[in-house]
Write a protein that binds this ligand. Structure first.
Ligand SMILES: NC(=O)c1ccc[n+]([C@@H]2O[C@H](COP(=O)([O-])OP(=O)(O)OC[C@H]3O[C@@H](n4cnc5c(N)ncnc54)[C@H](OP(=O)(O)O)[C@@H]3O)[C@@H](O)[C@H]2O)c1
Length: 380
């Protein structure tokens, strides 16, 4: 039995992780979990999965749920996330919380020797050098949940990382892949949330439409697989069947394929190096799919991808700024405060305004994250 700590249990990745736990009750058990503001769903999950420790975002919610579930321990806030991450009984942390709030719990779990199943891409984007140093020092497995990184990880099994020539991340193109820049002027939040292939949380769905999601993934892949940015390519692939590829020195390309279903990479991270059946997964029928399409990325059409490459290559605190500016800009777009194209403008303005600190400490990263959020909010 593997005992799991799950951060972000009420989200898209969180609920799909719970599906996996439910499908394999003799393999997995939910020991500890965190919730943001969705108290109703928290109640249902607690009643069904009986975790021993629950972290709520707000103290009031933790206190009122304690009255309903007196046998369960409750905690709250950012420190509570770390308590869940290092919960004694758990051997694996699934970090599926949204945003850079996921960084510190990951670091604490690494120091506590937990296996990390990482969905929260902001962790490696904001502090890749610190996280990877901690992973190496503590010798803990860092397993990707993101489908692209899982594809690369799967294609790497039985291979040497030193033989990688290039990583090729595939991008579906998001909700607006067939529109020109001019046609993006007046798009609505509802249009942007309508992703053609994947059903995901609101923030990552907007990130897919701006292509920032792929940018964050490029930075994440750089840290996770130790490949220079010059050797990470992105190719547009609208069917989302090939989840990513590795090109080796001898020109051979290894790809991982499947129907778009996040439960597959989530389950692989939980079972690695083993595999278990996933009864409800839709099988890939290539004859039915018929054709797969690929196209080069246009960096002027998808400026957020360009910003991410530039910030990643420049390093220092720029990726932290990129991520924090993006989080605030996307939130503002979702609340109807800015237009879709203003997301890019805000990020560009913020990156240009920032004096980067090289090899930043965790304290410097946290300070830059807070300052960036203040700066972007002052522009709204
Ligand atoms: N969705 C995907 O298919 C996918 C694929 C690859 C990677 N990822 C990554 O996985 C992470 C989660 O994505 P998602 O799509 O599952 O997001 P989501 O559906 O928005 O869920 C986010 C989760 O985090 C919680 N949360 C949000 N802000 C919080 C805060 N300040 N403190 C504590 N908890 C907070 C939410 O709680 P409440 O809902 O209760 O408020 C929810 O449980 C992101 O980093 C994303 O980039 C997602």
């Amino acid at each position: 039995m593997k005992y799991i700590s799950l951060l972000g249990s009420t989200g898209s990745i969180g609920t799909q992780t719970l599906d996996i736990i439910k499908e394999h009750p003799t393999e997995f058990s939910l020991a500890a979990m965190s919730v943001g503001r969705n108290v109703n769903l928290a109640r249902q999950i607690i009643a069904e999965f009986h975790p021993e420790l629950v972290c709520m975002l707000e103290k009031d919610d933790a206190e009122s749920l304690k009255l309903e579930f007196p046998k369960i321990s409750f905690t709250y806030g950012p420190e509570g996330l770390s308590e869940v991450a290092v919960y004694k009984k758990s051997t694996i942390l699934v970090n599926a919380v949204m945003g850079s709030v996921g960084l510190e719990p990951t670091l604490h779990a690494i120091e506590a020797g937990k296996t990390i199943a990482l969905a929260n891409k902001e962790t490696l984007v904001t502090a890749g050098h610190i996280v990877m140093e901690a992973v190496r020092r503590n010798q803990v497995p860092l397993l990707p949940v993101d489908s692209e990184h899982s594809a690369i990880f799967q294609a790497l099994q039985g291979e040497y990382e030193k033989n990688i020539d290039k990583l090729i991340l595939t991008a579906s193109g998001g909700s607006f892949r067939d529109r020109t820049r001019n046609e993006l002027e007046n798009v609505t939040v509802q249009d942007a949330l309508n992703h053609p292939n994947w059903s995901m949380g609101a923030k990552i769905t907007i990130d897919s439409a701006t292509m920032m999601n792929k940018g964050l993934e490029v930075i994440e892949a750089h840290w996770m697989f130790g490949v220079p940015y010059e050797n990470i390519d992105v190719v547009l692939h609208k069917e989302s069947i090939i989840h990513s590829m590795i090109e080796f020195h001898d020109s051979s390309v290894m790809a991982q394929l499947g129907t778009p279903d996040m439960r597959v990479p989530i389950q692989y991270a939980l079972t690695f190096p083993n595999r278990l059946p996933l009864k409800t997964a839709q099988r890939l029928n290539l004859a039915k799919v018929g054709q797969l399409h690929f196209a080069e990325m246009d960096m002027e059409r998808f400026r957020c991808l360009k910003f991410a490459y530039e910030a990643g290559m420049a390093g220092g605190t720029l990726p932290t700024v990129l991520n924090a500016a993006n989080e605030i800009a996307v939130e503002a777009f979702l609340k109807g405060k800015i237009t879709f194209l203003q997301i890019e403008d805000l990020i560009e303005n913020t990156l240009t305004n920032h004096q980067s600190i090289m090899e930043p400490s965790l304290a410097e990263i946290k300070a830059v994250d807070v300052d960036t959020r203040k700066y972007v909010n002052s522009l709204l």
